[in-house]
Ligand binder design. Structure first.
Ligand code: ADP
Ligand code: ADP
Length: 232
């Protein structure tokens, strides 16, 4: 699904070079649920942003679902991003002035689906996260856990192959965090590959596989499901 080889990222600001990633190697197979942990500043967000085609890399190779990302122009990147990826963030990033239906519709509008297909997808996605009855509600009328469920519905409505999550439970209490994690596990069980950055050690260890990043390297791999590791 995702393969990075010797990937590096250097930020150059005010004549200072910051090596955020220094030769990262990772291979995420289709259907895996991989958590990413590491100290603050170790490169987790940079890694996720590059994986999500939100940020460029400096060196190495990145292949996403068989597509070599290097050399793609902005249009091709956007298309790849819209077709293959879904995103969820710590802060939910819902639009306060739009009701839940319209929030979930936002990424679908870039996809060229008919109005009828968009309606169908929005209804299904909100049903999948248990919020179909709240379509007309606004984000501020929901709890944090419910808002994150809407964000998950928005990410899933386009049927992404890979879901990228940056600290999706970071703003939630333990109980809500567990329930969001359970929802992500159900989504993964239905076939969506998930890559999730988290500070929560308990959640990190629940996943099939945990990748630990230190100083821009993958320093450690805890792999729990040997069957997923056999060569393709
Ligand atoms: P985390 O991912 O640990 O929650 P952030 O991604 O917000 O935290 O930031 C991680 C580190 O990256 C911090 O040390 C922050 O100062 C630095 N950082 C983030 N964005 C920038 C930027 N645009 N310019 C310089 N440093 C940045
Ligand atoms: P993490 O998410 O693990 O906290 P980041 O990926 O945010 O780490 O940051 C990795 C390193 O890259 C840090 O040293 C950070 O300060 C630096 N960094 C991140 N974003 C920028 C940026 N936009 N400009 C300059 N440096 C950055």
């Amino acid at each position: 699904m995702l393969r990075m080889q010797d990937l590096s990222k250097v930020y150059r600001t005010h004549m200072i070079e910051t090596h955020a990633l220094r030769g990262l190697d990772i291979h995420v197979k289709e259907g895996e649920f991989v958590t990413v942990t590491g100290p603050s500043g170790s490169g987790k967000t940079t890694f996720l942003n590059i994986a999500g085609l939100l940020e460029d890399f400096t060196g190495g190779e990145y292949t996403l679902d068989g597509v070599n990302v290097k050399g793609l122009d902005d249009n091709a990147r956007s298309r790849l991003r819209n077709e293959k990826l879904g995103f969820i963030f710590q802060g939910f990033n819902l639009i306060p002035d739009l009701n839940l239906f319209d929030n979930v519709d936002v990424p679908l509008r870039y996809r060229g689906f008919s109005a009828a297909e968009r309606r169908e997808r929005i209804g299904q996605a909100l049903t999948d996260v248990g919020l179909a009855s709240r379509m007309k509600h606004y984000p501020a009328e929901l709890s944090g856990g419910q808002q994150q469920r809407v964000a998950i519905a928005r990410a899933l409505a386009g049927s992404p192959k890979l879901l990228l999550a940056d600290e999706p439970t970071g703003n939630l209490d333990t109980k809500m965090a567990r329930s969001v994690m359970e929802l992500l596990e159900q989504i993964n069980a239905k076939g969506t590959t998930i890559l999730m950055v988290t500070h929560d050690a308990e959640l990190a260890m629940r996943a099939q596989r945990n990748v630990h990043i230190i100083d821009g390297y993958v320093s450690d791999l805890v792999r729990k499901t040997p069957s997923l590791l056999e060569p393709e």
